[in-house]
Structures are given as structure tokens and as C-alpha cells.
Design a protein around this ligand. Structure first.
Ligand SMILES: NC(=O)c1ccc[n+]([C@@H]2O[C@H](COP(=O)([O-])OP(=O)(O)OC[C@H]3O[C@@H](n4cnc5c(N)ncnc54)[C@H](O)[C@@H]3O)[C@@H](O)[C@H]2O)c1
Length: 486
């Protein structure tokens, strides 16, 4: 085995310095809704922050309290929450006065089809499959909340084409991942996993050979996004030098330094950790060449996506001693549920991995903490409330992102018109002809693929005019969904 070349005092040059028709009905009832009944908008915000976060949008000129809007067409908002959505999210939705039905598990497709018929909002996690067949039954559905990171379980295109907005929570668990990686760096450097396994077998093996402090060692972070930058701060506070490689030129945290190439990072880091998204360019981004380029006796951590590391190349690099240890949290193929699935049937090299020393294997738990679940509950529930109460789509995964500042209490005769429509020429002109009898105070429109989203705040609207406005907009052939909040 080649001698370890762990960093003593390396200085790295910082060269960068730094087929079905689209029509559907939201509701068949014309009754006025009684929910929401709580004001959602009263969150603290510093001066000058207007418009930076959708939940915090307030009027700059008057400073008046935001007006609580009610949907015109939907009756009391009905929400179905499946898969044990976190209490934080449930509390927010209950607090709005919505009718919330909560279930701990997901539902088989036929039961789901039955249940989804009447609800305006559904909240799920990763097990509930919202296929086009299920969504076709959801005649009142306006929004889906995925209380998780991924949205593969939802037919996003079908949902968008039918005016159903989808939200998720991609970054609520960044800190949890960063903390796990910090733990793994120490556990690898001290071979704690092996010592613990030995003790579980009744073996006492006290060694210090090739066990290291992490202070003064160099951490190389590939992908300096939400997780990578959190990790950077934590690692520095533990005395590590931090370098990072990213395709984007990014401001460093603390004294971390961006390096110009992946090879540069690999050649200089004692610990290499991957935090890039799954993209064609990141597929097997760490393979034989990269392991050859890494320092002898260095360590690799992957808690990003399983496709990023070429596992057979890692096995070879660990067997040769080039890589002194590794931690994997993600795998190209992962089982859908818990059980004894980590075998060659799942991934052809699983048993090779299981035979290696100083290799931490975890079942995709990087983001799995109580805090992350709680943060996901808040983030997704708030996005759902903003969408239901204000029509704001910022953060949606399948719709254009549209927001207007909130209507205020001193704008009593205003209404907000939301018109989701097919993205074809001439629609805006026809919509504006309909709205033209009123004063359009502000308006925003954007498109994403075949679907466009228009939001307009109009003034001097009498309550009895709302129904007529609604009917006229519904009459446009390009309409997908019309909503009026007043
Ligand atoms: N293990 C877990 O439980 C867990 C939990 C959350 C996220 N993740 C995964 O972690 C990864 C990072 O998440 P994030 O929230 O920090 O993402 P992010 O989007 O905030 O950051 C990703 C960074 O990678 C950079 N990048 C993209 N392509 C690159 C390339 N080819 N080379 C170098 N840099 C590149 C981007 O510019 C960005 O700065 C994702 O793959 C995500 O799926 C895993």
C-alpha cells in the first residue's frame, strides 16, 4: 500500500478568486367559502425585504396589513394528508380553518381514486403515486404538496396541463446532510466503524496506526450548493482547510477557496465529498481517473446521488489502498422499502462493498432527521397555504413562478384573478378584454411549456360582479382553471 500523503500544510493557489381536453372544473358549487379564516401573512420581515420571499410579500407603499383572501369557487377547502405528514405541516393547515383529513399511510390506487375526488389539496410523501389515472379522478384538485424532496411519484406534466400546481421541499434537509458528513469524516479518519464492528464481534483491537485528527486536513467539496456550503462552515469550525469545485463561480464561506478544476481538488484534498445533483454530466463523475488523481490514503464520501460515483472503480481503489476509507449514503439502485435488500440482486457489486474495511454504508439517511421532517412540514404547508389563499406559485415544480404582493386591508373592493390557460397566442388579449371593465392594478403572467399562469389584481369589484367575471373567463376555450380570490 502506498504511504499516506495526508495534508500537512498544503497551500492551494486560488486562481478564481472567489389526449384529454384540458378543461376541468375546480368545483361544482357556487357557495362562498368559510375557510381560510386565519391570517397567514403576519410574519416578521425587515424593511427592504419586500418581495424576496413569497410568504412575506407585502405592500411597500402603505404598510397596511395584508387582506385575507377567500377563494370564490371552492367551498371550504378540503385537504387530504397521507403518509403521516409531519405535525408542523398539519398544524399550519388546521390553523387556516381548512378541513383536513389525515392518514398515517398511503392508499392503494382504487381507494386513492375514491378519496381524491372531493379534495382541493392533497399532501403526500414518496410512496403515494399520483398517476394520470388518479389525477383524472381529482375533479376539484388545485394543488399537490409533496412533503419530501423528490417529485417523481407525481405525473407533473399531466398535473400542469390540468392546472394542478405541485410543491415540494428540496432544501429543508441540507443541514442534516452536512452534519452527517462531518460525522463521517471523523469516523473514517479514526476507523470507528471497523472498531465498533470488531467490538460487536467481541474483539478488542486498540490501534492508532493510520488514525488521524481531522484538524489541519483538507476537505474537498464537489458542488458548493445548499449542502456543500453548510458543510464548508462546519468543517472550517473544526479546523479543516476547505477547497471546493463547482461549475458556477460561487462566493466562498469563511476562508474556503474555490479551485479551478475537479482534478485540482482531487489532487489536494484529504477528504473528498460529493454534493452535486444527478445530471448527465455528473454520472460516474468519480471514476478510475479521479481515484487515480486523488491523494494516496485519502477518503471519499458520497451523500449526493448514487449515479455520481463509479462503484466498481471505488472498490478497486479501496482494495489497492489508494482510498483509505469511504462513506456511501446513496446508490444507483435503492429499494422501495426497508428489509434485507442490500445484496447483489439490487446492485451487482453490493457484496464487494460489504466486504471492505473502513467503509460506512448507510441507507440514504443523509436528510432523515426529525428537524428536516419538521422543516419540510412547514415549508410545504406554507407553500400550499400561499397557493390556496393568494395563488402564489413561487417554488412550484411544474408551473411558472408567479407572485404579486398581497392585497391589503385598505383595498376592500379588490379581487385577485388567477387564470391558468393553454400557452397559445391571443389569450392575454381576450382575458384583458374581460378584465377591462375594472381597473387592473397589477398583473403578472408567465408560461412554462404548454401552460401559462396569469395573475391580476383588479379594483372596484362588487361581490355580485365576481360570479359574472368568473363565468366569462371560464368561457374562454384556452382556459384550464379559473380562480378568483376576493
Ligand atoms: N443523502 C441524502 O439524504 C440527500 C439529502 C438531500 C440532498 N441530497 C442530494 O445532495 C445533492 C446536493 O444537494 P444540494 O441541495 O446541495 O443541491 P444544490 O442544487 O443546492 O447544489 C448543487 C451544486 O452542485 C453544482 N454543480 C452542478 N453540476 C456540477 C458539476 N458537474 N460539477 C461541479 N458542481 C456542479 C451546482 O452549481 C450547485 O452549486 C443532490 O444530489 C441531492 O439530491 C441527498
Amino acid at each position: 500500500m502506498a504511504p499516506s500523503t495526508l495534508t500537512q500544510n498544503i497551500k492551494i493557489q486560488n486562481t478564481q478568486n472567489n389526449g384529454e381536453p384540458l378543461r376541468r372544473e375546480v368545483s361544482r358549487s357556487l357557495s362562498m367559502s368559510t375557510s381560510p379564516h386565519e391570517t397567514f401573512h403576519q410574519r416578521k420581515m425587515s424593511i427592504g425585504m419586500e418581495g424576496t420571499s413569497p410568504g412575506l410579500i407585502r405592500t411597500k407603499t402603505t404598510g397596511a396589513a395584508p387582506k385575507q383572501l377567500k377563494p370564490f369557487r371552492e367551498q371550504d377547502i378540503k385537504i387530504l394528508l397521507l403518509e403521516n405528514v409531519n405535525q408542523t405541516g398539519r398544524d399550519i393547515l388546521h390553523g387556516q380553518g381548512y378541513q383536513v383529513e389525515f392518514m398515517k399511510s398511503s392508499l392503494p390506487e382504487d381507494q386513492l381514486i375514491e378519496k381524491i375526488k372531493d379534495v382541493h389539496v392533497i399532501g403526500i410523501r414518496s410512496k403515494t403515486k399520483l398517476t394520470s389515472r388518479v389525477l383524472a379522478a381529482a375533479r376539484n384538485l388545485i394543488v399537490i404538496g409533496c412533503f419530501c424532496i423528490g417529485t417523481n411519484q407525481v405525473d407533473l406534466k399531466y398535473a400542469a396541463e390540468h392546472g394542478i400546481c405541485v410543491f415540494n421541499s428540496p432544501f429543508s434537509n441540507s443541514r442534516s446532510v452536512a452534519e452527517l458528513v462531518i460525522g463521517e469524516i471523523i469516523v473514517l479518519a479514526r476507523q470507528v466503524g471497523d472498531r465498533s464492528n470488531e467490538m460487536h464481534q467481541g474483539v478488542w483491537k486498540k490501534v492508532s496506526n493510520k488514525c488521524w485528527e481531522i484538524r489541519g486536513k483538507t476537505l474537498g467539496i464537489i458542488g458548493y450548493g445548499h449542502i456543500g456550503s453548510q458543510l464548508s462552515v462546519l468543517a472550517e469550525s473544526m479546523g479543516m482547510d476547505v477547497i471546493y469545485y463547482d461549475v458556477v463561480n460561487l462566493m466562498a464561506m469563511g476562508t474556503a477557496r474555490q479551485v479551478p478544476s475537479l482534478d485540482h481538488l482531487l489532487a489536494n484534498a484529504d477528504f473528498v465529498t460529493c454534493h452535486v445533483p444527478e445530471l448527465p454530466e455528473t454520472m460516474n463523475m468519480i471514476g478510475k481517473h479521479q481515484f487515480d488523481t486523488m491523494k494516496s490514503g485519502s477518503y471519499l464520501i458520497n451523500a449526493s446521488r448514487g449515479s455520481v460515483v463509479d462503484i466498481p472503480a471505488l472498490v478497486a481503489a479501496m482494495r489497492s489502498g489508494k482510498v483509505a476509507g469511504a462513506a456511501l449514503d446513496v446508490y444507483p439502485a435503492e429499494p422501495a422499502g426497508n428489509g434485507d435488500y442490500f445484496t447483489n440482486d439490487l446492485n451487482s457489486w453490493a457484496e464487494d462493498l460489504r466486504s471492505l474495511q473502513n467503509l460506512i454504508l448507510t441507507p440514504h439517511i443523509g436528510g432523515s432527521t426529525e428537524e428536516a421532517q419538521s422543516a419540510i412540514g412547514v415549508e410545504v404547508a406554507e407553500a400550499l397555504v400561499r397557493y390556496v389563499n393568494e395563488g402564489v406559485t413561487v417554488g412550484a415544480v411544474n408551473m411558472p413562478e408567479v407572485a404579486l404582493r398581497s392585497l391589503t386591508m385598505d383595498e376592500p373592493n379588490h379581487a385577485r384573478v388567477i387564470f391558468i390557460h393553454q400557452n397559445v397566442p391571443g389569450v392575454l388579449r381576450r382575458v384583458n378584454e374581460i378584465l377591462g371593465d375594472h381597473n387592473v392594478d397589477k398583473q403578472m403572467s408567465d408560461s412554462r411549456g404548454d401552460v401559462a399562469y396569469l395573475m391580476a389584481d383588479i379594483s372596484s369589484v362588487k361581490e355580485e360582479q365576481v360570479a359574472a367575471l368568473y363565468r366569462e373567463l371560464e368561457g374562454l376555450k384556452e382556459r384550464v382553471i379559473t380562480r378568483i380570490l376576493y
